[in-house]
Design a protein around this ligand. Sequence first.
Ligand code: SF4
Length: 420
Amino acid sequence: MKAIIGPRFYGKCLQSGCVQAFARRLIAWQRRHGRRGLPWQGTRDPYRVWLAEVMLQQTRVETVVPYYRRFVARFPDFAALARAPLDEVLALWSGLGYYARARHLHAAARLVANSPSGRFPQSAAALERLPGVGRSTAAAIAVFAFGERAAILDGNVRRVLARHFGVQDGRAQWRLAQTLLPVRGIETYTQALMDLGATVCRRADPACVRCPVARSCRARREGRVAELPAPRARPKVSRQQASWLVLLEGRRVLLEKRPPAGLWGGLWCFPDLGRNARTRPASGVPTGPALEKRIAQHLCRTLGCELLRIERMPSFVHAFTHLRLEVQPWLCRVRVSRAMPVGGGRRWFGLRRALAAALPAPVRRVLLALRSQKAPQGTSAASARWRTSTRQSRPNASARRSARYTERCRPPVQPIATVT
Ligand code: SF4
């Protein structure tokens, strides 16, 4: 395999004047072919630019547009965002993923609102001190809001520089990105880089025939487009199992708020019977009556509920970049037998109100399935079975067994799968 191309090449390139040509061609291309009409374009309001840049981190433009519109309609400026409770912010963010971004936005808005000047930071260096704003995001905000000559280097731009100049080292890329900045037209140039990376110099199947800088592209000339940039080591993906208790009393469902930090921090989820790393084979996990017994005990002990009936919903997998979460939801029809213990952030919601809360996408899907009485995922056969079982009103044998367990339950209860 050929050695990875080092910074020597772009040293020659700088001398040959192709740096100016690179920016000039990109600017000309952006004016004719760049993306236009996006709701965050055409404004210099730093709040809106900041909001868009944060939403666009690791998320596609098409996905962001409706979220951005709703967010701006509800929180038109950072003062409105700072006044809002975090719960409401997370509810509007619900489904967009990477929820730390929403928590950071909210924290940053409060930081600005409570600062002595009460003004939004006016430079890339100052923006970088806000929670959730990295070097590239700060630069993008400073470019579009204040016209500052600052270099961005997100994943798309890294790919363009790696292919076009053959530079892959992180520090060298920052130096190169800084060197490439044009004297005039910084906004158009920055937008062009973003557009080129997203629509032409794509990770898979780049459209080199449409590329405005194809003539000077080193990877293309050397037939190495497919191998640049060299793939980064993938983060190790761990596996976890979760058994969600979908507690239904009439049309009310029990949700609990997750701790502020960590996975789905601050969002409303179903109580989880055991969300632990899978460290032993699936055969070690209790099933059937043993599982129902544990569920009934757990309900009785912690939630003040009497289990009337339990139904297994189709399981599904939710994939994060670093985690594969295998979820088994259990639909538990219950009667509230005593006051729910104080604390734990649990609350009964009507289905409609639950759907308006701050929810992770898979919880929302389960709730939507409940509302329409359809299985959330799984095979059609499994869905059909689940639909059939939900139509039965008479408690079955397992429910009667569970009810007996409910009366006899004693703490403590172990989670279904335990870390060993
Ligand atoms: S020619 Fe192809 S590989 Fe090179 S910058 Fe353009 S799109 Fe990317």
